[in-house]
Design a protein around this ligand. Structure first.
Ligand code: FES
Length: 106
């Protein structure tokens, strides 16, 4: 077991389906969860260009495309590429314990 004081439970494992971005709000912060090839990832849900929600965008492989102006980010690293922004997304450590998903906000 891990130190649950540092980790915040944010979803059920079954909520985060393969290839389908899942939005959660964690202590007032919009966070996007992703499952890619079985592995969980967590990033900010807000595009670094303007205020668009990335979970309303398009996920292809490990890349999410913003629904507003099509900036792209690698959700495994947060790296920005493509048009409109070169500011990377914040990423969060994420882990799964049985049917519970936790992230660490830091
Ligand atoms: S708001 Fe995301 S690319 Fe403009």
């Amino acid at each position: 077991m891990f130190d649950t004081e540092e980790w915040i439970e944010v979803a059920r494992s079954s909520d985060v389906r393969e290839g389908v971005p899942f939005a959660v709000e964690v202590t007032g912060t919009p966070v996007a969860l992703y499952r890619i090839e079985g592995q969980l990832y967590a990033t900010s849900d807000i595009c670094t260009h303007e205020e668009a929600r990335l979970t309303e965008g398009f996920l292809e492989g490990c890349n999410i495309e913003c629904p507003l102006h099509a900036a792209c980010f690698d959700v495994t690293t947060g790296e920005a590429f493509g048009p409109f922004t070169d500011i990377d997304l914040k990423t969060y450590p994420v882990r799964q314990e049985q049917d519970r998903v936790f992230i660490r906000m830091e």
